[in-house]
Unconditional design. Sequence first.
Length: 315
Amino acid sequence: MDRVALIYNPASGQEWPRRNVVDKTLALLRDAGVHAEALETDGPGSAGKLAEEAVRQGYDTILACGGDGTVHEVLQCLVGTTVALGVVPLGTANALAADLGLGSSPTRTAGRLLDAIPVRVPVGRIFYCDGEGVERSRYFTVAAGVGADALFLSRLDAKLKRKLGYLLYLVEAFRVWATHSFPLFEVAFQEHGGSGERVERVSQLLAVRIRDFGGVLHHLAPGANLRKESLSLIAFKTRSRFDYMRFLLAVVWRRQTFLNSIELLDADSVKCSFLKGTRSDVLVEADGELLGSLRARIEIVPEALTLLIPAGVRP
């Protein structure tokens, strides 16, 4: 890396000394002979605009300093370019950083990124309907979801998230589990290596791109990884709260198995739509960001992104 833009979210995380972390990262990069500048976001969507401007100005690397939301915004401007993406974990949820072996310490990350290897990887792409019913799309690196997980995200208050962190996640997850009706919708899979289309009714669909989420989830979808050129899909073909709870507890204890009601699939693409005669409010998310609602489709974009992967890590 020669020219690096550090895009940081001053509101990420809980009580991190954010500016101190950014200053230390800048100093380390400059001591290594790298031209580095820090760019501060000022609200939702600004990380993407800063990334777009940095690309225009000829920066060859962008370090997203924040949580998965900051990374997600920056990602949208880097797909299809040669500009490399690096991650400095500075948020409540740092799933991509965990998968890259960066842990949760931002002060140690910069040193590892100096020796990181730029690798071209596929990314996911999800199409969805916005509030006006217009189809839009977003790229993702961690996971995309249709159903209860998106509803869960819609209930998170940003200020409370910064204050309570994972405690708020647990409270809201329990509230969704206890009160949500888990309406069914239809999914049509194009299974990897298969012929034809398979149709199922599900209450939740997850498309997972990383091996390790960190925290209590760790290996949510065995076989998923950033280099994989297909989607690891978890299809919840059930409305049973008991099935959901049993699965989540098994994930926490790393003993999950996939049975008939909750299935792990390897697919090239998937389409999600309402069941005939129903219009339940089914929401869509990607990388922890609430996007819109059905109809939706998910696919893989091959060799779409240059990602900085620390030496010795095989995500």
